[in-house]
Design a protein around this ligand. Structure first.
Ligand code: F6P
Length: 366
């Protein structure tokens, strides 16, 4: 359905979701739409990330009515893609090679937008920053279950992923205890160990392996045997998908290929086989995978996402473009996008939760 003409004197903002989904995306969209309605602004929802600004008829006006009931729903009503970088696909034209970025700018103007809310992880925010430099007024909203975006203490989606993983570890505890087994649980997080660390501490794991601390299998086995000597007949190991042995490499399901980034996975199976060999204890592995990204956002993520969305609209109205909303407890602040792009927020070695884990006798594999 064609987008209706803009009413005179009314500002129209676009909103899009990019990269992998995370619980809370809909809560941000809803917050932007509801906050816009209170200021007599229009919101245009753009489908499948920047595709909504490349292909015709991939956008629609969103009103508060369209957002009824979506606060508690995972996924994104706008759709998303992690292969939608308009700067990455040059096309041959009579005027030479062009990428899709100028098409995005043209479409932005045709749709008579006054600014864009871009909800995404580091990749999408990097694209947003490039478009900001090309003149599009943009405010970014940090999204990812991995919690690895710099300049914000939290991204929405992380709390939900941790909550799910903690619940899974609780369930694995009972079966591990019944069968006197070691259970190795692989969680997501890419090259950062936030999910593993929080779910491991919250779930009472005995060993937590994170990318920031390369592990020694000897040390891991030692800790499990020590537990055995103390009378504990089962153990729980939580490993981040990006954890790697000292001097070794991350475990991959697929190498990077063209527009596809490398796909991490498989470390739990390797660790489990090694534990069984070294300790003689029956060991099983479980990969939580995309279950961590699905389902309803926790109340923490709903509130954070709602605050991010409302603040993003405020920043657009105030003309504070080229920024990202960020959580600096207890406030939501604006940080320049250029301070965010191309960087990853890893778990610092002196971080309190790392020290707490060690104080609880949890082995970090080192
Ligand atoms: O960045 C979020 C994330 O879920 C990572 O934790 C994981 O490595 C990756 O995305 C999986 O991506 P895909 O959905 O493309 O398999």
């Amino acid at each position: 359905m064609p987008v209706p003409d803009k009413k005179p004197g009314v500002k129209r903002f676009g909103v899009l979701t990019g990269g992998g989904d995370a619980p809370g995306l809909n809560a941000v969209i809803r917050a932007v739409v509801k906050a816009a309605a209170t200021c007599n602004c229009e919101v245009l929802g753009l489908e499948d990330s920047f595709d909504g600004l490349i292909e015709p008829d991939r956008s629609r006006l969103l009103t508060p009515k369209d957002c009824i009931g979506i606060l508690r729903i995972g996924g994104t009503i706008l759709g998303t893609t992690n292969r939608g970088n308009p700067f990455a696909y040059p096309v041959d034209t009579s005027g030479g090679k062009r990428d899709y970025s100028s098409r995005v700018v043209e479409m932005y103007q045709q749709l008579k937008l006054d600014g864009l809310v871009v909800i995404g992880g580091d990749g999408t925010l990097g694209i947003a920053h490039q478009f900001f430099k090309m003149g599009i007024p943009i405010v970014g909203v940090p999204k990812t279950i991995d919690n690895d975006i710099v300049e914000t203490t939290n991204t929405f989606g992380f709390d939900t992923a941790v909550s799910f993983a903690t619940d899974a570890i609780d369930r694995l505890h009972t079966t591990a205890e019944a069968h006197h087994r070691v259970m190795v649980v692989e969680v997501m997080g890419r090259y950062a160990g936030w999910i593993a660390l929080y779910a491991g501490v919250g779930g009472g794991a005995d060993v937590i392996l994170i990318p920031e601390i390369p592990f020694s299998m000897e040390k891991v086995a030692e800790r499990l045997l020590e537990r055995e000597r103390r009378g504990a007949r089962f153990s729980i190991v939580v490993t981040a998908e990006g954890a790697k042995p000292i001097g070794g490499k991350v475990s991959l399901i697929r190498e990077a290929q063209g527009e596809f980034v490398e796909r991490l996975g498989g470390v739990a199976a390797l660790v489990a086989a090694d534990i069984e060999k070294r300790t003689g204890k029956e060991t099983r592995s479980v990969v939580l995978g995309h279950l961590q990204r699905g389902g309803a956002p926790t109340s923490f993520d709903r509130v954070l996402a709602t605050r991010f969305g409302a603040r993003a609209l405020e920043l657009l109205l105030a003309g504070e473009f080229g920024t990202m909303v960020a959580f600096h407890p207890p406030d939501i602040v604006a940080v320049p996008l250029e301070k965010v792009v191309g960087r990853t927020r890893n778990v610092p070695m002196d971080f309190d939760v790392v020290r707490t884990a060690r104080a609880m006798g949890i082995s970090l594999g080192d």
